[in-house]
Write a protein that binds this ligand. Sequence first.
Ligand code: SAH
Ligand code: SF4
Length: 387
Amino acid sequence: MTATPGISFQAGPQQGKVNLMGLSRVQMEQYFLDMGEKKFRAHQVLKWIHHGGVTRIEDMSNLGRSLRDKLLGVAEVRPPEIASQQDSSDGTRKWAVRVDGGGLVETVLIPAGNRATLCVSSQVGCSLDCSFCSTGKQGFARDLSAAEIIGQLWLAIKSYDAFQSGNGRIVTNVVMMGMGEPLLNFDNVVAAMDLMLEDLAYGLSKRRVTLSTSGVVPALNRLTEVSEVSLAVSLHAPNDELRNQLVPINRKYPIAMLLESCRNYMAAQTDKNRVVTIEYTLIAGVNDHVEQARELAELLRDLPCKINLIPFNTFAQSDYRRPSGNAVSRFWQVLVDAGYIVTVRTTRGDDIDAACGQLVGQVVDRTGRSGRYRAANDIDAQIITVG
Ligand code: SAH
Ligand code: SF4
């Protein structure tokens, strides 16, 4: 493992300036139209920021001197700041990202073969308090802005010096599985995901951008109207009684309502072959019994889905335990026999995971603002099939 200290690409916020980094294509076009400029100026700026990695408006040479001067007075391009960066011996890279006001969030890049998946945070902390999640334990501080969300992707590419490097993509997939509940920060998450898909920005296919939710049903219904990204749902239990304990938002939006909303999301997709990913964190003695696997198989029968089993990752404030490899295999087998495609999430970045608590502990001590951070392997999106 290697660690590098903080890197800052830009000074702190400038009073009253619009941060162009977080504007979607439509918002950027409107911004320039409102300034009395042509739409194509918006496209030029998008390319400078997201294709070229340029943050200095002075350097956007094709804008013309007078437009640059005008923009310098009212706008800025400001990514969040890297508080620290760690490299695992297996290629996983993890950042603690400092956002406006001093809060910290985690971003993780997990390379695997010819893919590299970036796990992005959407909030500082989380208000939903799922019983097995350390982000939930630290409470909720605030929503990230769209600039702070897309800025994590920008920073990841920048850290490899890979803007327009011609070496292919550094990040091939994005999962909204870092800190926070993305659907509770709806507008900013949608704007950032628009930029991920936008050809003038990152140009990722909708299959390669995944939003994970614990089940905020009204917001998921809204998402159906505006986005076609891939959907992952954190289910973790085969019935309401258990899910009410593990994922408290289930008391408001129970399983039947959530699965109905998932079905509607899939039905609205133009590509009818897509499926929901059901995430199921396996906790020893709580939700890993073979009977619960059978109940889950029955529950999901009418849903076009695949299932991702995530062995629980331990953290200091939790008494839950990770199940044995045998228990995971038994659970997996029941689901496979019932005809499901089932993957098991591997643990990556073990060495930086070990250092993760220390790293964040140090940062927290210095800033005195945030709580503990979840280990890298909690949000590891690498998946394999066991058996
Ligand atoms: N709030 C969203 C996205 C962030 S959590 C959601 O809940 O879906 C991303 C995934 O990490 C979720 O599936 C969550 O269940 C899982 N997770 C959280 N804490 C974990 C832990 N200690 N061990 C294993 N998986 C965990
Ligand atoms: Fe929030 Fe997701 Fe953690 Fe639940 S699992 S507390 S929704 S981040």
